[in-house]
Design a protein around this ligand. Sequence first.
Ligand SMILES: [Zn+2]
Length: 82
Amino acid sequence: MSCKEVAEKANAMVDGEVSAWEAMQLKVHLAMCKGCGRFVDQIRTTDELTAAAALDDMMSEADDGRINAILAELNQARHQGG
Ligand SMILES: [Zn+2]
């Protein structure tokens, strides 16, 4: 699998929409290719932030402190990548 194919399938992979075979090929590639690994990490982080925002909407009555803690954690994880 080429970097281009990984880029094309990255979103589907994060969403769990690839076949087991594709997921395995992607895993192998990501283990070897730092550039793609970083790319997928970024997509994951964006995905999680989107999910966190959706969660925020759903749990508008929940305490903001908890959601802020999740967002801070995600931010930290993002910075550790560098
Ligand atoms: Zn690659």
